[in-house]
Design a protein around this ligand. Structure first.
Ligand SMILES: Cc1cc2nc3c(=O)[nH]c(=O)nc-3n(C[C@H](O)[C@H](O)[C@H](O)COP(=O)(O)OP(=O)(O)OC[C@H]3O[C@@H](n4cnc5c(N)ncnc54)[C@H](O)[C@@H]3O)c2cc1C
Length: 382
């Protein structure tokens, strides 16, 4: 079978890939978007949409307000029986990735991208033009690859983090909670610190509540190595989560899990890197989850890569730009995360934020993409 050709192939239809495809297709370019999932799926995520994430989605033309997300205006930081609350410096939104990613993929198609789904792509040849092997669909030949496979590396194009990922396991589960707890969670995102990790709790659409947590792998083992064991131990030792979830019903047949995320990774292109392979989203940088801005980075990188391509700038120029935009944000988020990791620093953090709750707003601002970079990128969207 002769290869199918595409001017640009985008591998991965998450927010980074679909966002880039919207920009390229709207500008009249031929884009093939390859997504391995055949239909909408749940993804592990706190599902907190920052102001940048929302801004990009609206600027791309998505009817975000029609998706039923829950407005999040306040942050509650919780440790044992201490609770500190403050207004966020912006209104966030709780919206499931199940609903959001599907809506953006559909929007990319409406913009003119050619979507091929249920197709896992791998690299066959990158020595000149790029040949992709696409499950069930033969070879796709392209001059330009946008690599947006999130946490999944293509074998030939692996990320190489400088430091090995920490022994952390992530879980996500949606719950139906009782009306008192649903009411208590209205307009709030809760960040709950516990001895072996932290959890984020917030409402998403249709009154569902998302619990997303990161815990040390050794602690998971001590809890019997299962989600059920870990949840039981968490509810036993954490009065706040006990209150929120003791009468809750899980809404997913099993939790989503992730292991050894390379937090802090920022892609540093080698001197001989290909000028026609643009890395987007988690393939270019991975920020600590608690910052709630990974989706913002994914969309920012998708837009910056696409607008660089439209301006005739190669991947080298794009990778320098994106590093400049996100490296310090990712570093600061890592620092804050490490500071919130250990019991003594957790106690210090709680004491400090009780005295100065507004310092949480400062932390939220420090872990965002610089506003000037966002404004500049948005202005370049055709
Ligand atoms: C525990 C946790 C909590 C988080 N919470 C938040 C939060 O609250 N707010 C926030 O903004 N960010 C959060 N993030 C970060 C955010 O989820 C990611 O940064 C974001 O999803 C990255 O988007 P992406 O498009 O790069 O990747 P993804 O969203 O992972 O999309 C990648 C896509 O590529 C597809 N794919 C993979 N391999 C192939 C292949 N070979 N061929 C074809 N398709 C392929 C996948 O199916 C997927 O659809 C969290 C992350 C974690 C781990």
């Amino acid at each position: 079978m002769p290869p199918t050709t595409a001017e640009v192939a985008v591998v991965g239809g998450g927010l980074a890939g679909a966002g880039a495809a919207c920009v390229l297709a709207k500008a009249g370019h031929e884009v093939m978007l390859l997504e391995r999932e055949a239909s909408a799926t749940h993804k592990i995520c706190g599902e907190f949409l920052s102001t940048e994430t929302q801004g990009y989605l609206r600027r791309l033309g998505l009817d975000l307000d029609g998706l039923g997300g829950h407005v999040v205006s306040h942050l509650r930081l919780v440790r044992e029986n201490t609770i500190v609350e403050t207004a966020l410096p912006f209104n966030g939104m709780g919206l499931s990735r199940y609903r959001l990613d599907e809506a953006l993929l559909n929007h990319a198609c409406q913009c003119g991208a050619q979507l091929s789904r249920g197709q896992r792509a791998s690299v066959a040849d990158i020595s000149g033009s790029i040949d992709l092997d696409v499950q069930n669909a033969g070879t796709v030949r392209t001059n330009t690859l946008f690599l947006a496979t999130g946490k999944h590396d293509l074998r030939e194009l692996r990320r190489h983090p400088d430091t090995p990922p920490e022994d952390l396991v992530g879980f996500k589960m949606h719950f139906d909670v009782d009306s008192t707890q649903r009411h208590a969670l209205a307009n709030h995102v809760e960040l709950v610190l516990f001895a072996h990790g932290y959890a984020g709790l917030q409402r998403v659409e249709d009154g569902r509540v998302n619990l997303c947590l990161l815990a040390e792998g050794s602690w998971l083992k001590a809890c019997g190595g299962t989600w059920e064991g870990l949840l039981e131990e968490l509810l036993r030792t954490c009065p706040h989560l006990q209150r929120r979830l003791s009468n809750a019903t899980p809404l997913l047949s099993q939790p989503l899990t992730i292991y050894r995320v390379p937090y802090g990774f920022v892609y540093n292109p080698p001197a001989n890197s290909a000028g026609n392979i643009y890395r987007l989203g988690d393939q270019v940088g991975v920020i600590s989850s608690f910052s709630g801005d990974g989706m913002g980075i994914a969309l920012h990188s998708g837009v910056v890569a696409a607008t660089h391509y439209l301006a005739g700038l190669d991947a080298g120029s794009y990778h320098r730009r994106i590093r400049h935009d996100i490296a310090s944000q990712i570093w600061r988020a890592g620092l804050l995360y490490r500071a919130s990791r250990w019991a003594p620093s957790q106690r210090l953090l709680m004491g400090w934020t009780r005295l100065m709750p507004r310092s949480l707003r400062l932390a939220a601002s420090l872990t965002r993409i610089p506003p000037s970079a966002v404004t500049q990128a948005m202005e370049r969207i055709p």
